[in-house]
Write a protein that binds this ligand. Structure first.
Ligand code: SF4
Ligand code: SF4
Length: 258
């Protein structure tokens, strides 16, 4: 979608109107459309991830999962922090799960880094606020974005309590060297929002996630949370499984194992 059209639609939506074929209709409330507890689907699948912190935090400088994801998805490498695009990133554990720490936690554990990504929430606030219905939760729980429908209003970014979405303030293609482009995956344009989509293009072909495959420590596990025999559920057995800000009722599908 070009910039002029996107701006036009955004203005129309902000005025509560949707114009289709020259006729103006009152904009539908996304709340009316996206109601789903997200815990069960007709296929019964609910994709999710477990991050084994004991393995991940051992490798302080490792960014293998991030590099594989960003390369495979044409994520531009923008150094300016405010404009950076991140699908997976690292932060100190005390900021990832602040409730787990107290003043007696060993500094080594507090400052060790682990990964963050979209939580593919069962009850995603980002989806509820999108006026263009450009982002939605699939029946298998994966939260996706249609780049062609995104009007760049950034409501979803304001609604996400995890900072999981990035905005293309400028043309991301300018930051992708030709030899660094993965032709099989689309590039994006200025004025749209993007984020991790749990490698939906691969999952739908029965392939694993790029980040999971890149982790030499086998610290990342992906699978069907509804299947008690899945690898991801087996990994949780006997471990403390924590989710970020679960008190908000978002229902994250990313678990951190201690
Ligand atoms: S983590 Fe943020 S972007 Fe991802 S589904 Fe949840 S609210 Fe939406
Ligand atoms: S910026 Fe976010 S809320 Fe706005 S149209 Fe795009 S996906 Fe929807």
């Amino acid at each position: 979608m070009n910039r002029t059209r996107r701006e036009f639609i955004r203005t129309a939506l902000e005025r509560g109107l949707v114009v289709i074929g020259g006729t103006a209709f009152a904009a539908l409330s996304c709340k009316d459309i996206f109601t789903d507890d997200g815990l069960k689907t007709h296929t019964g699948k609910r994709w999710g991830m477990a991050v084994d912190l004991l393995k991940c935090m051992k490798k302080e400088s490792c960014v293998d999962c991030i590099a594989a994801c960003h390369l495979g998805h044409n994520v531009p490498d923008i150094k300016e922090v405010k404009h950076a695009i991140t699908w997976i990133w690292k932060d100190e554990f005390e900021r990832v799960l602040p409730n787990v720490h107290d003043e007696y936690s060993p500094p080594a554990a507090r400052h060790a880094g682990t990964i963050l990504l979209c939580n593919h929430c069962a009850n995603p606030p980002c989806v509820r606020v999108c006026p263009a219905r450009a982002t939605w939760k699939r029946e298998d729980g994966i939260v996706v974005i249609d780049q062609h429908r995104c009007i760049g209003c950034r409501y979803c970014m304001a609604a996400c309590p995890y900072g999981s979405r990035s905005f293309n303030w400028s043309d991301p293609r300018k930051f992708l060297a030709k030899e660094r482009i993965t032709p099989a995956y689309p590039t994006r344009t200025k004025g749209t929002v993007e984020k991790c989509e749990f490698c939906v293009e691969r999952v739908d072909r029965g392939q694993g996630l790029l980040c999971v495959g890149a982790c030499k420590e086998k610290a990342l596990l992906f699978g069907d949370l509804n299947d008690p025999k899945s690898e991801v559920r087996a990994a949780m057995t006997g471990r403390t499984a924590l989710r970020r800000k679960s008190e908000l009722g978002t229902g994250p599908a990313v678990y951190y194992l201690l």
